[in-house]
Design a protein around this ligand. Sequence first.
Ligand code: AMP
Length: 212
Amino acid sequence: MRLILFGPPGAGKGTQAARLLERHPSLAHLSTGDMLRAAVSEGTPLGKQADAFMKAGDLVPDSLVVGLVVERLQKPDCADGFLLDGFPRTRAQAEALDTALDGAGIELDKVVVIEVPDSLIVERITGRRMDPETGAIYHMKFSPPPAAVADRVTQRKDDTVEAVTARLSKYHSETTPVLPFYDAKGLVVRVDGVGAPEDVALRIESALEGVG
Ligand code: AMP
């Protein structure tokens, strides 16, 4: 199965990616946000260039992100399928991905769009916390961390109100224009992302019935 998980910041892409990987363990998970955060914390040249864009809630330039993904797609673990999470985020990225996949003779199966209205995003994101030891994602109000991990959960640097507002605005101006590109190929399925993560996961699973 070759999938793109698409949606605004705070739509639940990370949470749903984790659930999809539990059910489809052969998929490689390619989250450009995770890759870029790893590069920042390792202090690589790419991380040093990406850091300021990410903190401000801006998109990292295509020239930096595309190479990262194209290189990653060539790794053996992608041969049995992959889940792209947070990429492509611009029309140029979608076109570069298309060229790379065409060159490798690979076809995408679906682009799953998780839809959540803007009015819910800020509360979702500013309450979000992560357990750095397990990667588990919590929400201080909707899904609080258990007492044993409550003291160690951390907040992403770009999960502030200011950065979220910038990220949402970029999503509408730069990222949603990617959808017509995949609509034209008949690949887009839209899933309601409002509600409990279990319910959203069921909607995604039924949207993927018969794929792969
Ligand atoms: P995410 O974890 O997907 O919310 O991504 C966090 C941040 O990483 C974004 O706000 C961007 O600054 C950067 N980023 C992640 N993926 C991309 C991408 N495909 N293109 C440009 N910037 C990205």
